[in-house]
Design a protein around this ligand. Structure first.
Ligand code: COA
Length: 260
Protein backbone atom coordinates (compact mmCIF):
# COMPACT_ATOMS: atom_id res chain seq x y z
CA UNK A 1 0.00 0.00 0.00
CA UNK A 2 1.40 3.40 -0.89
CA UNK A 3 1.86 6.04 1.77
CA UNK A 4 -0.89 8.07 0.10
CA UNK A 5 -3.49 5.55 1.25
CA UNK A 6 -2.98 5.72 5.01
CA UNK A 7 -5.55 8.46 5.59
CA UNK A 8 -8.65 8.79 3.43
CA UNK A 9 -10.96 11.82 3.35
CA UNK A 10 -14.57 11.45 2.19
CA UNK A 11 -16.77 14.50 1.86
CA UNK A 12 -20.47 14.28 2.65
CA UNK A 13 -21.79 17.82 2.21
CA UNK A 14 -20.48 19.89 5.11
CA UNK A 15 -19.20 16.79 6.96
CA UNK A 16 -15.79 15.23 6.25
CA UNK A 17 -15.17 11.61 7.22
CA UNK A 18 -11.47 10.98 7.86
CA UNK A 19 -10.50 7.28 7.95
CA UNK A 20 -7.22 5.92 9.25
CA UNK A 21 -6.63 3.26 6.66
CA UNK A 22 -4.22 0.52 7.80
CA UNK A 23 -6.77 -2.17 8.71
CA UNK A 24 -4.22 -4.99 8.37
CA UNK A 25 -2.21 -3.29 11.15
CA UNK A 26 -5.34 -2.46 13.17
CA UNK A 27 -4.87 1.16 12.00
CA UNK A 28 -1.77 1.58 14.18
CA UNK A 29 -0.30 5.06 13.91
CA UNK A 30 3.09 4.97 12.24
CA UNK A 31 5.04 8.09 11.27
CA UNK A 32 3.59 8.20 7.75
CA UNK A 33 0.01 7.92 9.03
CA UNK A 34 0.58 10.64 11.61
CA UNK A 35 2.00 12.93 8.94
CA UNK A 36 -0.94 12.29 6.64
CA UNK A 37 -3.44 12.82 9.44
CA UNK A 38 -1.82 16.18 10.23
CA UNK A 39 -2.03 17.14 6.54
CA UNK A 40 -5.69 16.05 6.39
CA UNK A 41 -6.63 18.09 9.47
CA UNK A 42 -4.71 21.08 8.15
CA UNK A 43 -6.58 20.92 4.81
CA UNK A 44 -9.95 20.49 6.53
CA UNK A 45 -9.44 23.36 8.96
CA UNK A 46 -8.93 25.69 5.99
CA UNK A 47 -11.83 24.27 3.97
CA UNK A 48 -14.79 26.61 4.48
CA UNK A 49 -17.24 24.09 3.06
CA UNK A 50 -16.44 21.58 5.79
CA UNK A 51 -18.07 22.37 9.12
CA UNK A 52 -17.71 19.12 11.10
CA UNK A 53 -15.15 16.30 10.91
CA UNK A 54 -15.67 12.66 11.89
CA UNK A 55 -12.58 10.54 12.57
CA UNK A 56 -12.68 6.74 12.31
CA UNK A 57 -10.64 3.62 11.52
CA UNK A 58 -10.96 1.38 8.46
CA UNK A 59 -12.53 -2.06 8.81
CA UNK A 60 -14.54 -3.43 11.73
CA UNK A 61 -11.70 -4.52 14.01
CA UNK A 62 -10.07 -1.32 15.14
CA UNK A 63 -10.49 2.40 15.50
CA UNK A 64 -6.74 2.70 16.14
CA UNK A 65 -4.70 0.07 18.06
CA UNK A 66 -2.17 2.65 19.22
CA UNK A 67 1.22 3.80 18.09
CA UNK A 68 3.00 1.46 15.69
CA UNK A 69 4.95 -0.73 18.12
CA UNK A 70 7.30 -1.88 15.36
CA UNK A 71 8.70 1.65 15.14
CA UNK A 72 9.66 1.54 18.85
CA UNK A 73 12.11 -1.26 18.25
CA UNK A 74 15.63 -0.02 17.68
CA UNK A 75 14.67 3.63 18.07
CA UNK A 76 17.05 5.54 20.34
CA UNK A 77 15.69 7.85 23.06
CA UNK A 78 16.97 10.84 21.08
CA UNK A 79 15.18 9.67 17.93
CA UNK A 80 12.01 9.11 19.97
CA UNK A 81 12.25 12.60 21.48
CA UNK A 82 12.69 14.04 17.99
CA UNK A 83 9.51 12.23 16.87
CA UNK A 84 7.61 13.45 19.93
CA UNK A 85 8.71 17.05 19.33
CA UNK A 86 7.21 16.98 15.81
CA UNK A 87 3.74 18.53 15.45
CA UNK A 88 1.42 16.23 17.40
CA UNK A 89 -1.74 14.63 16.03
CA UNK A 90 -3.21 14.82 19.54
CA UNK A 91 -2.71 18.58 19.79
CA UNK A 92 -3.86 19.03 16.16
CA UNK A 93 -7.11 17.24 17.05
CA UNK A 94 -7.55 19.13 20.32
CA UNK A 95 -7.06 22.56 18.77
CA UNK A 96 -8.87 21.75 15.50
CA UNK A 97 -11.22 24.74 15.21
CA UNK A 98 -14.33 22.80 14.13
CA UNK A 99 -16.31 20.07 15.91
CA UNK A 100 -14.40 16.79 15.72
CA UNK A 101 -16.19 13.51 16.49
CA UNK A 102 -14.47 10.15 17.06
CA UNK A 103 -16.49 7.26 15.56
CA UNK A 104 -15.03 4.28 17.39
CA UNK A 105 -15.61 0.97 15.65
CA UNK A 106 -13.25 -1.51 17.38
CA UNK A 107 -10.01 -1.54 19.37
CA UNK A 108 -9.30 1.95 20.66
CA UNK A 109 -5.98 1.50 22.43
CA UNK A 110 -3.00 3.55 23.51
CA UNK A 111 -2.48 6.40 21.06
CA UNK A 112 -5.86 5.55 19.51
CA UNK A 113 -7.62 6.21 22.80
CA UNK A 114 -5.49 9.32 23.26
CA UNK A 115 -6.57 10.59 19.85
CA UNK A 116 -10.22 9.79 20.61
CA UNK A 117 -9.90 11.71 23.90
CA UNK A 118 -8.52 14.71 22.00
CA UNK A 119 -11.72 14.76 19.91
CA UNK A 120 -14.78 16.68 21.16
CA UNK A 121 -17.27 13.78 21.25
CA UNK A 122 -16.76 10.00 21.25
CA UNK A 123 -19.41 7.67 19.78
CA UNK A 124 -18.61 3.96 20.11
CA UNK A 125 -19.99 0.77 18.64
CA UNK A 126 -21.08 -1.89 21.17
CA UNK A 127 -18.11 -3.96 19.99
CA UNK A 128 -15.46 -1.29 20.68
CA UNK A 129 -12.76 -1.92 23.29
CA UNK A 130 -10.69 0.63 25.13
CA UNK A 131 -7.46 0.78 27.06
CA UNK A 132 -4.04 2.26 27.65
CA UNK A 133 -1.88 -0.89 27.37
CA UNK A 134 1.50 0.90 27.26
CA UNK A 135 2.40 -0.47 30.70
CA UNK A 136 2.47 -3.98 29.17
CA UNK A 137 5.26 -2.82 26.85
CA UNK A 138 7.21 -1.39 29.78
CA UNK A 139 6.43 2.18 28.77
CA UNK A 140 3.81 4.81 29.61
CA UNK A 141 1.31 6.86 27.60
CA UNK A 142 2.93 9.69 25.65
CA UNK A 143 0.00 11.14 23.70
CA UNK A 144 -1.84 12.83 26.54
CA UNK A 145 -3.60 9.99 28.42
CA UNK A 146 -2.09 10.91 31.79
CA UNK A 147 -3.70 14.34 31.39
CA UNK A 148 -6.90 13.80 29.40
CA UNK A 149 -8.01 10.47 30.89
CA UNK A 150 -8.21 11.70 34.53
CA UNK A 151 -10.10 14.79 33.33
CA UNK A 152 -12.69 12.55 31.66
CA UNK A 153 -13.01 9.66 34.12
CA UNK A 154 -11.51 10.89 37.41
CA UNK A 155 -8.16 10.20 39.00
CA UNK A 156 -8.77 6.74 40.50
CA UNK A 157 -10.20 5.21 37.34
CA UNK A 158 -7.42 6.77 35.25
CA UNK A 159 -4.77 5.39 37.61
CA UNK A 160 -6.40 1.94 37.46
CA UNK A 161 -6.60 1.84 33.66
CA UNK A 162 -3.08 3.18 33.07
CA UNK A 163 -1.43 1.16 35.88
CA UNK A 164 -2.99 -2.12 34.75
CA UNK A 165 -3.31 -1.73 30.97
CA UNK A 166 -6.73 -3.36 31.36
CA UNK A 167 -8.95 -3.44 28.27
CA UNK A 168 -12.57 -2.46 28.91
CA UNK A 169 -15.67 -2.88 26.74
CA UNK A 170 -17.87 -0.12 25.36
CA UNK A 171 -20.50 -0.41 28.09
CA UNK A 172 -17.87 0.15 30.78
CA UNK A 173 -16.31 2.99 28.78
CA UNK A 174 -19.75 4.63 28.71
CA UNK A 175 -20.27 4.01 32.42
CA UNK A 176 -17.01 5.74 33.38
CA UNK A 177 -17.56 8.65 30.97
CA UNK A 178 -14.83 7.78 28.50
CA UNK A 179 -17.36 7.70 25.63
CA UNK A 180 -20.50 9.74 25.16
CA UNK A 181 -22.74 7.18 23.44
CA UNK A 182 -22.70 3.48 22.58
CA UNK A 183 -24.72 2.20 19.62
CA UNK A 184 -25.11 -1.14 17.82
CA UNK A 185 -22.30 -1.69 15.29
CA UNK A 186 -24.66 -1.46 12.30
CA UNK A 187 -25.93 1.92 13.50
CA UNK A 188 -22.56 3.47 14.29
CA UNK A 189 -22.02 5.22 10.99
CA UNK A 190 -25.58 6.49 10.35
CA UNK A 191 -26.02 7.66 13.95
CA UNK A 192 -22.63 9.41 14.01
CA UNK A 193 -23.18 11.03 10.61
CA UNK A 194 -26.63 12.22 11.70
CA UNK A 195 -25.08 13.84 14.78
CA UNK A 196 -22.39 15.42 12.59
CA UNK A 197 -25.00 16.75 10.13
CA UNK A 198 -27.10 18.13 12.96
CA UNK A 199 -24.10 20.06 14.27
CA UNK A 200 -23.05 21.10 10.75
CA UNK A 201 -26.37 22.94 10.31
CA UNK A 202 -25.53 25.32 13.19
CA UNK A 203 -23.58 28.56 12.93
CA UNK A 204 -19.88 27.83 12.26
CA UNK A 205 -18.95 31.05 14.09
CA UNK A 206 -20.82 29.95 17.21
CA UNK A 207 -19.43 26.40 16.96
CA UNK A 208 -15.85 27.66 16.79
CA UNK A 209 -16.29 29.98 19.76
CA UNK A 210 -18.06 27.26 21.77
CA UNK A 211 -15.12 24.94 21.14
CA UNK A 212 -12.67 27.61 22.23
CA UNK A 213 -14.70 28.31 25.39
CA UNK A 214 -15.12 24.65 26.38
CA UNK A 215 -11.41 23.98 25.75
CA UNK A 216 -10.65 26.88 28.09
CA UNK A 217 -12.75 25.23 30.82
CA UNK A 218 -10.12 22.52 31.35
CA UNK A 219 -7.18 24.88 31.05
CA UNK A 220 -8.05 27.91 33.12
CA UNK A 221 -9.41 28.87 36.53
CA UNK A 222 -13.20 29.37 36.59
CA UNK A 223 -13.07 33.18 36.74
CA UNK A 224 -10.75 33.37 33.71
CA UNK A 225 -12.89 30.87 31.81
CA UNK A 226 -16.09 32.80 32.53
CA UNK A 227 -14.50 36.05 31.39
CA UNK A 228 -13.21 34.33 28.25
CA UNK A 229 -16.74 33.01 27.58
CA UNK A 230 -18.10 36.57 27.74
CA UNK A 231 -15.50 37.83 25.25
CA UNK A 232 -16.29 34.99 22.86
CA UNK A 233 -20.01 35.61 23.31
CA UNK A 234 -19.55 39.18 22.10
CA UNK A 235 -17.73 37.90 18.99
CA UNK A 236 -20.62 35.53 18.23
CA UNK A 237 -23.10 38.33 18.98
CA UNK A 238 -21.56 40.46 16.22
CA UNK A 239 -21.86 37.73 13.56
CA UNK A 240 -24.25 37.72 10.61
CA UNK A 241 -25.24 34.26 11.77
CA UNK A 242 -26.60 35.80 14.98
CA UNK A 243 -28.70 38.26 12.95
CA UNK A 244 -29.92 35.36 10.79
CA UNK A 245 -30.67 33.08 13.76
CA UNK A 246 -32.66 35.73 15.61
CA UNK A 247 -34.51 36.85 12.45
CA UNK A 248 -35.36 33.24 11.52
CA UNK A 249 -36.82 32.61 14.97
CA UNK A 250 -38.96 35.75 14.84
CA UNK A 251 -40.08 35.00 11.26
CA UNK A 252 -40.88 31.37 12.26
CA UNK A 253 -38.54 29.82 9.64
CA UNK A 254 -35.41 27.69 9.66
CA UNK A 255 -32.15 29.68 9.85
CA UNK A 256 -29.52 29.42 7.15
CA UNK A 257 -26.08 29.94 8.66
CA UNK A 258 -23.14 30.98 6.50
CA UNK A 259 -20.31 31.27 8.99
CA UNK A 260 -20.03 35.07 8.57
N1 COA B 1 1.58 -1.51 16.32
C1 COA B 1 2.02 -2.23 15.28
N2 COA B 1 1.35 -3.27 14.75
C2 COA B 1 0.17 -3.58 15.30
C3 COA B 1 -0.37 -2.87 16.40
C4 COA B 1 0.40 -1.79 16.90
N3 COA B 1 -0.03 -1.04 17.91
N4 COA B 1 -1.54 -3.43 16.73
C5 COA B 1 -1.75 -4.44 15.87
N5 COA B 1 -0.71 -4.54 15.01
C6 COA B 1 -0.52 -5.49 13.92
C7 COA B 1 -0.07 -6.87 14.43
O1 COA B 1 1.32 -6.87 14.65
C8 COA B 1 -0.50 -7.73 13.28
O2 COA B 1 0.45 -7.59 12.24
P1 COA B 1 0.93 -8.88 11.37
O3 COA B 1 -0.33 -9.36 10.68
O4 COA B 1 1.95 -8.31 10.44
O5 COA B 1 1.46 -9.86 12.37
C9 COA B 1 -1.79 -7.09 12.82
O6 COA B 1 -1.76 -5.74 13.28
C10 COA B 1 -3.04 -7.73 13.38
O7 COA B 1 -2.89 -7.80 14.78
P2 COA B 1 -3.37 -9.05 15.65
O8 COA B 1 -2.73 -8.92 17.00
O9 COA B 1 -3.12 -10.30 14.87
O10 COA B 1 -4.93 -8.78 15.70
P3 COA B 1 -5.98 -9.16 16.83
O11 COA B 1 -7.30 -8.73 16.27
O12 COA B 1 -5.80 -10.57 17.27
O13 COA B 1 -5.60 -8.24 18.10
C11 COA B 1 -5.07 -6.14 19.21
C12 COA B 1 -5.77 -6.84 18.02
C13 COA B 1 -5.27 -4.63 18.94
C14 COA B 1 -5.71 -6.54 20.53
C15 COA B 1 -3.58 -6.52 19.24
O14 COA B 1 -3.05 -6.37 17.93
C16 COA B 1 -2.77 -5.64 20.16
O15 COA B 1 -2.74 -5.88 21.35
N6 COA B 1 -2.07 -4.61 19.61
C17 COA B 1 -1.20 -3.76 20.39
C18 COA B 1 -1.99 -2.75 21.18
C19 COA B 1 -1.07 -1.86 21.99
O16 COA B 1 -0.32 -2.30 22.83
N7 COA B 1 -1.15 -0.55 21.71
C20 COA B 1 -0.39 0.45 22.42
C21 COA B 1 0.86 0.76 21.70
S1 COA B 1 1.84 1.95 22.59
Amino acid sequence: MSEADHVVIERHGAVALVTINRPDKRNALDDATRRQLLDALDALRRDREIRVVVLTGAGDKAFIAGADIREFQGRTPVEQLRVMRLPSVYEAADEFPKPLIAMINGYCLGGGNELAMACDIRIASETAKFGQPEINLGIMPGGGATQRLPRLVGLGTAFKLIYTGQIIDAAEARAIGLVDAVVPAAELRPRTMLLAETIAAKSPVALQMIKEAIRASVRSPLDDGLRHEQSLFSVVFSSQDKAEGVAAFLEKRQPHFTGE
